[in-house]
Design a protein around this ligand. Structure first.
Ligand SMILES: Nc1ncnc2c1ncn2[C@@H]1O[C@H](COP(=O)(O)OP(=O)(O)OP(=O)(O)O)[C@@H](O)[C@H]1O
Ligand SMILES: [Mg+2]
Length: 256
């Protein structure tokens, strides 16, 4: 099936001083695909997401989203165009309720002035909208709970709610199941599966958990030392000798 491209990265490089974290990476994602980005620690996965989502400008190369050049644009502008991301480390306001966290995301996405007082006021439409997003993640009953009291697993689900609140078409998830129990991980897999059944989201997911990769990914990209080492179906990648060597090599170094 021929599908429209949603993200095209062309020869993207990101250097930090002498470290080339992302080294000439070219990637194409099609609308509605779920693509996993895997690779050993330090491979450059998060840096690549930082560049795509506008947290950092690329040193060189070009990134197109739905045909528009977004290279080096600021994060808020890229978010407004339709790319949303989660972070490897949880990133929520613990003092606010779940609903308030989502309201903040809704209001800031729309570019209204972010005065917390007005965000948290009794704007019924905004509240209902936030609750509808929470319901998609099974969090509706907790909407008034203070976020700081949540389990780690539920905080990660709240982050997914915040990601969805900005009505993205491309969703970058940086290790969405890191630190979760096997049961919580399966819940995240089911939820992502349900979300993409509802709407033609394109998911780009970094993961160390191969259960997540094998359950969700149509295609897998493997990064190693800043470069794309291999790509293919989950089965192709699993049996690729270069991929095995990359992971084993990393273990050797760690053991040394
Ligand atoms: N802000 C930064 N400044 C300097 N070096 C950085 C910065 N961010 C990342 N790096 C370096 O870039 C390389 C790639 O790191 P990155 O975090 O992108 O890897 P990763 O694939 O996400 O790893 P992990 O699986 O551990 O999350 C590493 O060598 C890292 O130390
Ligand atoms: Mg990372």
């Amino acid at each position: 099936m021929q599908r429209d491209p949603i993200l095209q990265a062309e020869n993207v490089t990101k250097r930090f001083g002498g470290v080339t974290a992302v080294d000439g990476v070219s990637v194409n994602l099609a609308v509605g695909e779920t693509v996993a980005l895997i690779g050993p620690n330090g491979a450059g996965k998060t840096t690549f997401y930082n560049v795509v989502s506008g947290r950092m400008a690329p040193t060189s190369g070009r990134i197109l989203f739905e045909g528009t050049d977004i290279s080096g644009k600021p994060a808020h502008e890229i978010a407004r165009l339709g790319i949303s991301r989660s972070f490897q480390v949880t990133n929520v306001f613990n003092e606010l309720s779940l609903r308030e966290n989502v309201q903040v995301a809704l209001v800031s996405h729309r570019g209204k002035s972010l005065r917390l007082f007005s965000v948290l006021s009794y704007d019924r439409a905004l509240r209902e909208e936030a609750d509808a997003v929470l319901a998609r993640l099974g969090l509706a009953e907790m909407s008034e709970q203070r976020t700081g009291t949540l389990s780690y697993g539920d905080k990660r689900l709240l982050e997914l709610a915040i990601v969805l609140a900005t009505e993205p078409r491309l969703i970058l998830l940086d290790e969405p199941t890191a630190g979760l129990t096997p049961e919580e991980t399966r819940k995240v897999i089911r939820l992502i599966d349900g979300l993409r059944a509802d709407q033609p989201y394109t998911f780009f997911i970094t993961e160390h958990d191969m259960e997540v990769v094998f359950n969700l990914a149509d295609r897998v990209l493997v990064m190693h030392r800043g470069r794309l080492l291999a790509q293919g179906t989950p089965d192709e990648v699993r049996t690729d000798p270069h991929v095995k060597a990359a992971y084993l090599g990393e273990d050797d170094e760690a053991a040394a």
